[in-house]
Design a protein around this ligand. Structure first.
Ligand code: ZN
Length: 468
C-alpha cells in the first residue's frame, strides 16, 4: 500500500486490505461502464442508458447483499402523456438488529462527449495514462457508482455480522435535468427511506485532500423585457428627449451591483461561514482572466463563489450591429441568471430581485418577467452525527482532515432529497478533483483519489454497521 493506512484498530486494517484487494476489479468494472455510451440527452440512443442500467444492476446483484435489485423508471414531472424518464437502478436490503439504513446515490448516465477531436483518448474507451483513467463518465459519475459497489464489497467481505440496512439509487438522467427524480422518490419512498444519504457526485479539494460538500448555491433565471416606446423612432429626431429601451435597460441593470461588482439587491441574503484560503491570483488563473483584469466582489474569494449571491446577464435580445439603424430601440429583453446564497430559497431570492427591478425601473419603463427557471440551494446541518462520522472516515482514509466545502453551482435534486426525506442526514461526497474536467473533453479520474474515496466510504459503512 502506498497510502497511509488507517491509524486505529484492526477492523479498519481489514477494511483497508479488502479495499486494496478489490481495487483492480473496481477499476475494471469502471472501465466496463465507461464503454457503454449512456448519454441521457434526447439526441442520443436511449438503448445505451438501458444497457448501462442493466450493467449496474448486475454489479449490485453480484455483491450478494441485497434483498432486491430492480431496474425501474418513473414518470417525468411536467411532461405530457406520462412520458417516462430513463431507467434507474434501485437495490435494497433491510437493516437487521436495529442498525441504521444508508441510501447511496450516484448516476449512471453521462454528458455527451462533445467535440471528439478535442479528446486525446477515445471518449468511450477507458484509458489509463499515468495515475489517471480517461473517458466520458470515468469520474462523473460512473466512479461514484463503482465507489458504492466497491465499498459494499469491502463491507460484505469484512463485516460479521452485516446488519446495516442499504438502499442504492443509481439515477439514469442526472445529466439531463433529473425530470423523473421527484416522482421516483415518491414512487419508492419506503424503499429509499434512510437515516443517512450519501450523494457521491461532487468533488475533492485536491488529489491529496478530501472534501465534504456542505453548501450548494441555489439558482434562479428569467427573462426581463424592458419597453419604453410603442415603436422605433428616428434617433436624430427624438434622441435626447424620448427614452429608448436600451438606455432604460442599461441604467436599470447597473443598479444590480455596487462599485466593486458585488450584488446590491435588497432582500438577497449572504451566508456566513469560514472558507479556506484561495488567492485572487489563483482565481484569475483558474477562471482565465484576461491580462490586467481584476476580480469583482468583496470578502474572501471562496465566500464570493460559495456563500454570496451573484447575478449575471447571460443574454440580450436587441438589434444586432448589422441591423443597427439610427433608431431609438423600443424594447430590449435580457436573460438574468442568479446564484442564490445557501440559506435562501430561490423563490424568495427571485421575489427580491423582481421587487428591486420594479422599484428601480427608470423613466416609467414597462417591465415584463417571463421564462422562469429555478432550483433550490442546499445547506448541510454539520452538527449531525453522520457528518462527524463521515469526516472521521475521510480523515482516516486520506490521512488528512477534510475541507468543508461549498459549491458555487447548484445540484437541485439534493434539495428534492432533503424535502422528501427531511429526517435523513445528507452527505455530499465525490470522486472528482480539480483536474477531472467533468462534462468536458478529456474527463478523467485520479486513481489515488478513487481508492481513498472507496476506503472512506467503506470505513463509514463499517462504522455505521457497528453503530447501536
Ligand atoms: Zn454528476
Amino acid at each position: 500500500m502506498t497510502d497511509a493506512a488507517p491509524s486505529a484498530s484492526s477492523p479498519d486494517q481489514s477494511i483497508a486490505e479488502a479495499v486494496t484487494g478489490g481495487l483492480p476489479a473496481a477499476v475494471a468494472d469502471l472501465g466496463n461502464l465507461v464503454r457503454i455510451p449512456s448519454v441521457s440527452w434526447p439526441a442520443f440512443d436511449p438503448a445505451f442508458v438501458a444497457q448501462s442500467a442493466d450493467a449496474v444492476a448486475e454489479l449490485l446483484r453480484g455483491t450478494g447483499v441485497f434483498d432486491r435489485v430492480e431496474v425501474k423508471r418513473a414518470q417525468k414531472a411536467g411532461f405530457p402523456d406520462g412520458e417516462l424518464g430513463h431507467p434507474a437502478v434501485l437495490a435494497t436490503r433491510a437493516a437487521r438488529n436495529g442498525k441504521p439504513t444508508v441510501l447511496l446515490y450516484a448516476h449512471h448516465d453521462v454528458q455527451p462527449p462533445g467535440d471528439e477531436g478535442s479528446w486525446q483518448t477515445k471518449p468511450f474507451e477507458p484509458t489509463v495514462v499515468g495515475d489517471r483513467i480517461y473517458g466520458r463518465g470515468a469520474a462523473d459519475d460512473k466512479a461514484g457508482v463503482i465507489e458504492h459497489v466497491a465499498a459494499i464489497r469491502a463491507l460484505a467481505e469484512t463485516a460479521d455480522p452485516f446488519d446495516l440496512g442499504l438502499a442504492v439509487f443509481i439515477e439514469g438522467e442526472e445529466e439531463h435535468g433529473s425530470h423523473s427524480f421527484v416522482n421516483f422518490l415518491e414512487d419508492n419512498r419506503d424503499a429509499l427511506a434512510a437515516d443517512v444519504i450519501v450523494v457521491a457526485d461532487s468533488d475533492n479539494w485536491d488529489t491529496e485532500t478530501p472534501s465534504l460538500t456542505v453548501a450548494l448555491r441555489g439558482a434562479c433565471a428569467f427573462n426581463l423585457t424592458v419597453s419604453t416606446l410603442d415603436h422605433a423612432s428616428h434617433s436624430g429626431m427624438w434622441g435626447g428627449a424620448a427614452p429608448d429601451a436600451m438606455l432604460a435597460t442599461i441604467k436599470l441593470l447597473s443598479t444590480l451591483w455596487d462599485e466593486s461588482g458585488s450584488v446590491a439587491v435588497e432582500g438577497l441574503t449572504w451566508h456566513d461561514a469560514e472558507t479556506p484560503a484561495f488567492e485572487e491570483t489563483e482565481l484569475a488563473a483558474s477562471a482565465a482572466f484576461a491580462d490586467g483584469v481584476s476580480a469583482i466582489g468583496t470578502g474572501s474569494v471562496l465566500s464570493r463563489l460559495w456563500y454570496q449571491p451573484s447575478i449575471t446577464v447571460t443574454g440580450i435580445d436587441a438589434p444586432s450591429i448589422a441591423n443597427a439603424s439610427n433608431t431609438l430601440v423600443p424594447q430590449v429583453t435580457v436573460r438574468l441568471s442568479m446564484r442564490v446564497a445557501p440559506g435562501q430559497t430561490s423563490d424568495a431570492a427571485r421575489d427580491a430581485l423582481v421587487a428591486h427591478l420594479e422599484a428601480n425601473a427608470p423613466f416609467g419603463a414597462r417591465l415584463e418577467f417571463h421564462d422562469f427557471e429555478g432550483g433550490d440551494r442546499f445547506l448541510v446541518d454539520t452538527r449531525g452525527w453522520a457528518v462527524e462520522a463521515a469526516k472521521q472516515a475521510m480523515a482516516d482514509a486520506w490521512d488528512k482532515a477534510p475541507v468543508e466545502a461549498g459549491i458555487g453551482g447548484s445540484i437541485p435534486f439534493i434539495a428534492d432529497l432533503a424535502r422528501v426525506f427531511p429526517e435523513a442526514q445528507i452527505l455530499v461526497t465525490g470522486v472528482e478533483d480539480p483536474d477531472t474536467r467533468a462534462h468536458s473533453p478529456n474527463e478523467s479520474l485520479h486513481l489515488g483519489v478513487f481508492k481513498r474515496a472507496i476506503l472512506a466510504e467503506a470505513l463509514l459503512l463499517a462504522r455505521l454497521n457497528q453503530r447501536s
